[in-house]
Write a protein that binds this ligand. Sequence first.
Ligand code: UGA
Length: 434
Amino acid sequence: MNISIIGTGYVGLVTGTCLAETGNNVLCIDIDENKVKRMNNGEVPIYEPHLDLLFHRNIKASRLHFSKSLKEGLEHGDIIFLALPTPEDEDGSADLSYVLGAAQEIGKLLKNYKVIVDKSTVPVGTSEKVRHVISSVTDVEFDVVSNPEFLREGFAVDDFLKPERIVIGSNSDKATALMEKLYKPFVRSGNPIIVMDEKSAELTKYAANSFLATKITFMNEIANFCEKVGADVDKVRAGMGTDSRIGKRFLFPGIGYGGSCFPKDVKALYKSGKDEGYEFDILNAVIRVNDLQKKILIPRITSYFNGDVRNKTFAIWGLAFKPETDDIREAPALYIIDELLKNGAKVQVFDPEAMPNVKRQFGDQLIFSANMYAALKSADALIICTEWSIFRTPDFERLKNNLNNPVIFDGRNLYDVEDMEKEGFYYRSIGRNF
Ligand code: UGA
C-alpha cells in the first residue's frame, strides 16, 4: 500500500519505518526542512533502539522517503497518518492546533478517496472535529479513523512490530477493511485487532495511560508508607504482583513518572472530565501525588547535609525520564537538578544518551561527565535518577574511591539494601528500610 505519515516525531517516524518494513511504500512529511534534509541524508533524528537498522534498510530498498510537501503526501498515500504533536495547553487540555491545522490543509488538497488516521493522542471527539474541518473545505469522499498508538519510548520498534493489540476506531467498513489489511502482518501471532467506534478508541488511549500512571502512583504511595511502618516495598510488590489480576508490571516505585505521555495524558483526561462536568477524583490525586513524588529526594538530601547543601557537590546518574531514551521531558532528574542549583550546590551529571538535551537546557551550570565514574569525582553524594542498565552493577570500590563520602540516594531502587550496608554505604532508596 502507499502510506503517508504527517509528522516525523518518534511516533510518526517509528510508524513510517515499521510500515515500510512490511513492504508498504511510505512517504514521511515534516514541515521542518532541515530535519527532512537530514533524514534524506540517512540521519535518524531521534534515538530509539533498533530504529537505525530498519530506517537504513527501508531507505535502501526505496520504501521509505521524506518530503516537506504536504501536497506530495496527499498525492502519495491511500492512507494518511496524522502523527502530530498534541502539547499540553495552559489549562492542561490537549492543544489540537497542529492536528486541526493539518486537517484543513489536507481538505484543501484532497482529490480522491483517502483514509485519514488520527495516530496522535487526542481527546474524545477529535476525529469528529477532523472530519468536520475537512468536509468544510471539500466534497471529495474521505474517512477519518482513530488508531491510537501504544508505543513505549525505548521499545517503540518492538512494540510496533509485535503489538499486544491494535485499536481501530472507525464508522466506515471501507476504511476498517483497509486498516485491517495494513495491520494484518503485525498480528500474525494472534493478537487482536479491536475495532470499535472512534470515540471509544480515542478514550482507550487516555484510559490506558492514565491507568498505568495510577498503578505506578499507587505503588509510590505504598512505598512511602512502607518507610513509615518499616516494611519493604520490594517484598510487598512481589507479594502483590503474583496475583494475575494485578500483574507484575508497572509496580516499580520511584521518583515519579515522567516523559511526554503520562503527565500530559493524565492532565488532559482530567481536564476533559471537567469540561463534561465530571470530576475525576482519582486522576486529580494521581497528578498531585506524582508532583510530590518527584520532590521526594530533596528533603532527604538536605536533611542528610544538616539542612545546607551550599557548596556541596552532587553526582547525578541518569537524566532521561527513563532508560533507553534521550528524552528528558518531565524527567524527575531535572527537578532535582533545579533544586540543588537553587540551593547553591554543584552538580556533575552523566547519562548515556540524554546529556546533549540537558546541555541545551542547563548549559554550563552543570558539569557533564565523560563517564559514570568521572561524575563521582569529589562528589559528596551520588543521586540515581534513571535505571540505565550500566548503573546496575557498578564497581563499588571505585565508587567509594571517587566519592568524598560513601552516600547514595537511589530514586530507582537499583541495589540490595543489605549489600549496600555491607559495602559500607549510607544508602537511601524508595520504600525500603535502611
Ligand atoms: C507510555 C506508555 O507505556 C505507552 O504504552 C504509550 O504508548 C506511551 O506512553 C504514549 O502515550 O506514547 P512511555 O512514556 O514511553 O510510554 O514510557 P513508560 O515506559 O510507560 O514509562 C512512563 C513513566 O513511568 C517513566 O517515567 C517510568 O520511569 C515510570 N514508571 C514505569 C515507573 O515509575 N514505574 C514503573 O513500574 C513503570
